[in-house]
Design a protein around this ligand. Structure first.
Ligand code: CP
Length: 306
């Protein structure tokens, strides 16, 4: 049996191309499982997984929990609010106390970039990064690639435009690594203030014109404006952002070829996407959410073999 080259999933940067293919191929099998009347397999029976969330989440947290339950793992959920973190307990003490209860794997979301990497160096359990600040969100990128593959038959050779707040997005960085490792072309598009200078060094195209990005791409992956991470003003107002970078159904309909619209969620309806675009036939946003469970089952299953 093929196995991953790493015992943690900390970022896409650390994965090989064959790791990515192995995860996506395994996810395809688990997608069949979760569409059966009996959605559970015994693969992770007797494995206990803690979902440790220091930051808010709807999709990632529920998706990991469902993935774990579909694999028959035992699951405990921890959120920083209401925990002893509020009394000053450190990250490492918190996680070591969870591990002392015989937990085998940690899925963690944290606002500090590098927090899961730190944890992986100091604990014996497998660590899965469920989003670390503005750094990486590897399972989101994997489920995005899986969704592109399911919709277009392949990722290699496809043109993907990542549009929006690139500066504050962990989804953007993980997607760039994941798409490039599979042979896709990537463009980032947004206001100059929301595209960090180091993007040019990653070998992506850069555009500040959303119509140019839509004309170029097969897939538009639209990101949320992350106001909660913006300590200064990067653009004059949300209204102005929406005027210059918002995407409507009409803009997608006017293209002379099909386009796939993606968004990792949560959507700011009326800011980066109009409601009619988000709910249009171009959109695979809810397919991404469905695919997230299968992809996370694949990641957990493969890590548990190591
Ligand atoms: N896409 C994503 O990470 O969503 P949540 O913040 O709701 O988990």
């Amino acid at each position: 049996m093929q196995s991953l080259s790493t015992r943690h999933l900390l970022g896409i940067k650390d994965l090989t191309e064959s790791d990515i293919h192995l995860i996506l191929d395994t996810a395809r099998e688990f997608k069949d499982v979760i569409n059966r009347p009996i959605k559970k397999v015994p693969s992770l029976r007797d494995i206990t997984i803690a979902n440790v969330f220091f930051e808010n989440s709807t999709r990632t947290r529920l998706s990991f929990e469902l993935a774990e339950k579909r694999l028959s793992a035992d699951v405990v959920n921890f959120s920083a609010s209401g925990s002893s973190v509020k009394k000053g307990e450190t990250l490492l003490d918190t996680v070591n106390n969870i591990l002392a209860m015989k937990v085998d794997m940690i899925v963690m979301r944290h606002s500090s970039p590098g927090a899961p990497h730190y944890l992986a160096k100091h604990i014996p359990a497998n660590v899965v990064n469920a989003g670390d600040g503005t750094h990486e969100h590897p399972t989101q990128a994997l489920l995005d690639s899986f969704s592109i593959h399911q919709k277009l038959g392949d990722v290699a050779g496809k043109r993907v435009a990542i549009i929006g707040d690139i500066t504050h997005s962990r989804v953007a960085l993980s997607n760039i690594f994941c798409l490039q490792k599979q042979g896709a072309e990537v463009m980032v598009c947004g206001p100059a203030t929301l595209i960090p200078k180091h993007m040019a060094a990653l070998g992506v195209r850069i555009s500040h014109n959303v119509r140019e990005a839509l004309d170029w791409c097969d897939v538009a992956n639209v990101l949320r404006i992350q106001l909660e991470r913006q300590q200064i003003k990067y653009f004059p107002s949300l209204r102005e952002y929406s005027l210059y970078f918002g995407i409507s159904k009409q803009m997608l309909d006017e293209l002379d070829r099909p386009i796939v619209l993606m968004h990792p969620g949560p959507i700011n309806r009326g800011v980066e996407l109009t409601s009619d675009a988000a709910d249009s036939h171009h959109s695979i946003i809810l397919d991404q959410v469905e695919n997230g469970v299968a992809v996370r089952m694949a990641v957990l299953y493969l890590l548990a073999q190591l």
